[in-house]
Design a binder for this molecule. Sequence first.
Ligand code: ZN
Length: 244
Amino acid sequence: MVNEPRVTVWNEFRHEMRNPAVEKIYPKGIHQAIASHLQGQGIPTRTATLEEPEHGLTDAVLAETDVLTWWGHMAHGEVKDAVVDRVYQRVLEGMGLIVLHSGHFSKIFKKLMGTSCDLLWREAGEKERIWVIEPGHPIAAGLGPYFEIPRTEMYGERFDIPAPDTLVFLSWFAGGEVFRSGCCYQRGKGKIFYFRPGHETFPIYHQPEVLQVITNAVRWAAPVPGTPVSFGNRPQPLEKLGGE
Ligand code: ZN
């Protein structure tokens, strides 16, 4: 049996509570749509939301999380800095992080990127064609040369991020803009993947290709047993120093 990563799906969970159109698409929340798909793939998955104590991301939960997925939009500012710092440390230690759609403006993504993470956007319900530009990458496994989202919000360049270590997907929109929609990074020992699709007023987290990418991404971002790391003063050299 494959050793699957332990995943925590985090969601702000506000739009679903306040906008009936969003609630209709995600009656149990965006987090449950993603989590139930991952569970169906045999990936042990829990959820956490903004309103829970410590946003559901206690030390104990994060210690048992190999990969965290993040969806937020209208309440980025309500996420406590102490929780952001805790997630940040876990990423440096090796926890994977999948940042979804409007999570580009989350505190944790901006802290990890070090840039504004700003972009162009338009809500016109237009088509998006997502091109796979690294077909050998594990996050693209099982996809064709491209897939399409029939109606979505547009995100356009410039996307103010550092150049990705690997760019897996590039989006084209019916209105003419393009966008780097699948971006891989490493920070410390942790892998980070930004994935653009997921606007809350369209059923995007019910689309098979989108769920396939999220499944691939959590497996890709899982920590691997690495070399132990030490920092600080090292008074004892490995070799004898100085003349005899
Ligand atoms: Zn959106």
